[in-house]
Design a protein around this ligand. Structure first.
Ligand code: AMP
Ligand code: ZN
Length: 485
């Protein structure tokens, strides 16, 4: 049974804190989801491997979980600080496509990415555009006391809530001097909660509101949907580290305003605010708006199994910056293959008689260490070491080893017991190895050898080698071929 107390790093206090659920009978988590104007890049997907690791860890700890992730299909401007065009509208204009079709296409692609990465199903994935009425009602409730109207729309006055920007941890003087293109704003940090369409602006998505026809500001949707699905108070709110600076402080300000912050200055909505660090390339942070970017499909096209990327993410702590390189992904793929091969051997040894065995003390030790690692602010690199140690134990019952691996995999999500070794062949897209043709030639070779026609068998081996295939005779794990390295 899991023993260690769960500790999570809270960006609000900038410290690791023991996790105390508001209601142990059901933990409530909200994760900021993608803006669906393009494919998710590998950096975005790192954010969701992190939230999934959090969700799996909470479940491992025995908490029933409600996990909500929004889909942003309206309102996110090109800069988080309220500048530029709406990303969705800009994309529609660029491509000449229907904005709703764009949203649907990238939402589906995103959900496919999550499935490929073994991200467990959310309780709900609400769309912003399905909640515009609730957003208008929320804005109307705070407008008198906390907002002011400009030509551009309804703006939130950040001076009307206590401690604005505490989450960002910005010093007062750092906030000065931000150049702001919006005339009439009372403070540079003030932000639009309803954006009025400019005269002559041709938006595909717009709605009527008490502040004119237009669209909701991006920050509003998360305050509204988290409150609607998880309640005014919930346990954990997640996002990438960039959200710690603007998006989440603005959500907190809205939450405070709606709650009536005078009564309760410490109120922030979620108790714990967690942020994953960035995936970077040597050239800098990976970003969707910078033209070329790496998607999961790019990795699949290069012959990588998606779970190799998941493992790559788990090898770094979520609060550390992680640098992407193809060599790094290849190393993760090899590590995954080794894990899967070892598990395959154990499955072979265990045969059909599975389960029933109690873990030996040596196995229990590694399960305990695994639990301590993930309980320590999701220290997945350490948890993977516990898995490695478990796999290197000698003279254990294969069935109880498999039981322990299955337990660990509940958190790791690497499909260690079901992945097929053949799935993990790293095959460059341009190598053009046709697996069926290889299998057929290997069949011919088996026949040739059975007929003791070794010349023919050798000729087939040479022919396969010329097309990039290494024939593996007598491989201990039963692989019959692999792509030439
Ligand atoms: P977006 O679709 O741009 O709204 O971003 C979706 C999520 O990905 C947010 O939680 C971002 O904070 C996060 N994110 C964006 N870029 C990166 C990156 N390079 N590495 C890790 N997370 C990122
Ligand atoms: Zn959000």
């Amino acid at each position: 049974m899991p023993q260690a107390a769960l500790i999570l790093y809270n960006s609000l206090s900038r410290s690791a804190e023991p996790f105390r659920p508001l209601d142990p009978a059901g933990v409530r988590v909200y994760s900021c989801g993608p803006t669906v104007y393009n494919y998710a890049h590998l950096g975005n997907l790192r954010a969701y491997v992190f939230t999934d690791t959090l969700a799996r860890t909470l479940r491992w700890k025995g908490y029933p979980l409600t996990h909500v992730m929004n889909i942003t299909d309206v309102g996110h401007l090109q800069s988080d600080a309220d500048e530029g065009a709406d990303k969705m509208e800009a994309r529609a204009r660029e491509t000449g496509k229907d904005i709703w079709a764009i949203a649907r296409h990238y939402t589906e692609a995103f959900k496919r990415n999550l499935r490929d990465l073994n991200v467990q199903e959310m309780s709900r994935m609400p769309l912003a555009t399905d909640h515009v009425d609730e957003m208008i009602a929320f804005a109307a409730a705070i407008a008198d006391r906390h907002c002011y109207l400009l030509d551009g729309g309804l703006y939130f006055d950040t001076a009307t809530v206590p401690d604005y920007g505490r989450l960002a941890g910005r010093a007062e003087d750092e906030r000065e001097g931000r150049i702001d293109p919006v005339e009439g704003k009372r403070h540079p940090e003030d932000f639009a909660i309803w954006r009025r369409s400019a005269p002559g602006e041709n938006r595909q998505m717009e709605w009527d509101s008490p502040w004119g026809r237009g669209a909701p500001g991006w920050h509003l949707e998360c305050s509204v949907m988290s409150r609607l699905y998880l309640g005014e108070r919930f346990d954990i709110h997640t996002g990438g580290i960039d959200h710690r600076e603007i998006h989440h402080p603005n959500e907190i300000a809205q939450n405070q305003a709606h709650r009536g912050c005078g009564n309760e200055p410490g109120f922030t909505g979620a108790t714990v605010w967690m942020h994953n660090n960035f995936l970077v390339e040597r050239a800098g942070k990976m970003s969707k708006s910078s033209g070329e970017f790496l998607t999961l499909q790019t990795a699949l096209d290069r012959g990588f199994h998606p779970l190799a990327y998941r493992l790559m993410c788990l090898q770094a702590h979520y609060r550390s910056e992680m640098e992407f390189s193809w060599e790094g992904l290849a190393a993760a793929a090899i590590r995954l293959k080794r894990l899967v091969q070892t598990v395959a051997t154990l499955r072979h040894l265990a045969g059909p008689s599975r389960g029933g065995d109690f873990p030996s003390p040596a196995i229990s030790d590694q399960l305990d260490e695994f639990d301590r690692a993930i309980s320590d602010d999701l220290a997945t690199p350490r948890a993977l070491v516990a898995l490695d140690r478990l796999l290197s134990l000698k003279k254990q019952s294969p069935a109880s080893m498999l039981g322990a691996i299955a337990r660990m995999d509940e958190v790791l999500g690497l499909s260690l017991l079901s992945l097929d070794r053949a799935d993990l062949r790293v095959r460059p897209v341009d190598a053009m190895i046709d697996e069926r043709a290889v299998a057929a030639r290997l069949g011919d070779r088996v026949q040739a050898r059975a007929a003791r026609d070794f010349a023919r068998s050798d000729a087939i081996r040479a022919e396969l080698a010329a097309s990039g295939v290494d024939v593996m005779d007598g491989d201990a794990l039963g692989w019959d071929w692999r792509p030439k390295g």
